[in-house]
Design a protein around this ligand. Sequence first.
Ligand code: BGC
Length: 248
Amino acid sequence: MKVLGIDIGGSGVKGAIVDTRTGRLLTDRCRLKTPDPATPKAVAGTVRNMAVHFSWKGPIGCGMPGPIKVGRMMRANNLHKSWIGVKASEVFTRSTGCPVVVLNDADAAGYAEMAFGAGRGERGVVILVTLGTGIGSAVFIDGHLVPNTELGQMELNGKRAELRASAKVRKEKNLTWTGWAKRLQAYFDLVELLFWPDLIIVGGGVSRRADRFLPMLKVRARIVPAQLRNEAGIIGAAWSAATKRVRH
Ligand code: BGC
């Protein structure tokens, strides 16, 4: 099946048409800037522009940077606060004229890695952590997702962990790879203390440069970079729309 996958992030909105059977992108990726302020109306316009860019008339799966309950956005750390309580699936269905399902962006990336990437065939407790503008998480037990885990919001030295250790923080504070790895170490220590994962998959754009920081981390679980890199969010959003994983 062909589905338009869209990954809405704090800085960019990325999309491509995905073959949901193979997890392959059938088109180049299109990246539009996340509008500022990223209100529901403005983001709905960007999602419509994405559908128009691909002349798309079919189903759309959309990952969003916050917990989503039955299509509704429950928190908005990296989008405008007016998103809270808004039924995103309806807003986008209206703006595009296409059927849209929405889910948390890290859950989408996790689905993609479990189906087509570093988590394929993995049982036990698998945690995907995305390091980007924020920190997102997807927790799987024997391949089943526990949706909307927000492990970027755990407290780390008195602050939300994503404000200490995201990829954005590394850039903004000009941290060296070693300096950032120390923060990540403290973060993964906490993840291990609370969840005892068997496998940790590290995603987000920065996973491209995993060789610069992963070898410095000492964790009990196996820890590997995501295989689908920055495309995981797009692929997983499309895949979950096709496989009807999402309640909406
Ligand atoms: C949000 C998560 C999201 C993550 C990555 C966090 O600020 O709370 O829901 O998965 O950012 O975008």
